[in-house]
Ligand binder design. Structure first.
Ligand code: UDP
Length: 317
């Protein structure tokens, strides 16, 4: 089966590409390389460097495909607060174009990269898929709008779809081509920033006065290899006319200070830090209830925070 991987040159998309290839899938990639890297396209993969905002690019990329894994999109909470229109255009309008081109091409299987940011500040923790959805930032609002659009598409056009609501993705896959590292510029994510912290440029802790036991935000980290395993299981479990939503996390939360402690252990010295104001759009605590994915997809994340930190460290060297 040939799968179109949108966003296949980015951190998570390229991990999906490599994993799918090793499992015998054929791959096409659509990516504008605005944040990804063309040099991460493996040999033998059909690559369209193009945009979700250009229907012709999408139609070209879909040629010969039977399913789509849709990773492409803008994904930074802080940036989305500054540029909400950009996020709406690329994420929501881009996905509308993708769904229309899939319909034109008769492709009816979709696995979508959604986000825990769709829930906003949770009323109950851990968060279940049927929890209220009140995003606290434009990024989460775009992911929620897309999830709703996909539900409508399953109901009206009968596509088979799954939305995977990621909590915090970390770690890296070492492929035959080397480590598929997170290569964002600027890097905003906690674990790579912690591992790059220096006394001259210490990692900032965004808020030390959150209503949590140590005053720093709590997040649920899932290894990117476990995350992609869930995508492949979700692809196999798709049913026509159904749109299933699954949380992907580990089911456990770590505060920013706990992540820094784990990283300090991994590097063998105390990582320098500095307190900074809260970041716009951040909820205090996000922890996934992953029982639905465990039950329905027979998925169990097996890689803990220590391995996520160790693999990130190895991938950044
Ligand atoms: N964070 C931080 N310093 C950084 C980057 C992130 O304190 O340099 C915090 C951030 O406020 C959040 C958590 O770490 O509470 C995870 O942030 P990240 O950007 O990695 O992922 P997000 O939760 O935005 O998806």
């Amino acid at each position: 089966m040939r799968v179109l991987v949108t966003g296949g040159t980015g951190y998570i998309g390229s991990t999906a590409v490599d994993t799918l290839l090793t499992q015998g899938f054929e791959i096409s990639i659509l990516d504008d390389c605005s944040t990804g890297h063309a040099d991460s396209v493996p040999a033998g993969v059909s690559f369209t460097q193009g945009s979700l905002l250009n229907p012709v690019d999408i139609a070209n990329a879909l040629t010969g495909c039977e399913a789509v894994m849709h990773f492409a999109g803008k994904s930074l909470v802080g940036e989305s607060v500054q540029k909400p229109d950009l996020y709406h255009s690329v994420n929501v309008d881009g996905t509308r174009n993708l769904l229309d081109q899939m319909h034109n091409a008769g492709i009816a299987q979709l696995v979508f990269s959604s986000s825990a940011a769709t829930y906003g500040e949770p009323l109950e923790t851990p968060i279940k898929e049927n929890a209220p959805t009140k995003p606290t930032n434009p990024y989460g609002a775009t992911k929620l709008a897309i999830d709703q659009m996909i539900s409508a598409e399953a109901a009206s056009r009968g596509i088979a779809a799954a939305s995977l609501r990621y909590f915090n993705v970390a770690g890296a896959l070492k492929s035959a081509r080397g480590w598929l590292a997170e290569r964002h510029n600027p890097e905003t994510h906690l674990i790579p920033n912690v591992l790059r912290s220096t006394p001259e440029n210490p990692v900032k802790i965004f808020g030390t006065d959150w209503p949590t036991p140590d005053g720093t935000c709590i997040r649920d980290y899932v290894h990117v290899i476990d995350l992609i395993d869930a995508h492949i299981k979700a692809l196999h479990a798709l049913k026509p006319g159904n749109h299933d939503i699954y949380n992907l996390g580990s089911g456990d939360g770590y505060s920013v200070k706990e992540v820094i402690a784990a990283a300090s252990t991994a590097v063998g010295f105390e990582i320098p830090t500095t307190a900074a104001p809260r970041r716009d759009g951040d909820p205090a605590v996000l922890i996934a209830d992953i029982n639905k994915a465990k039950r329905a997809l027979d998925w169990i994340p097996t890689r803990g925070i220590e391995l996520m930190v160790a693999d990130t460290l190895a991938s950044l060297k």
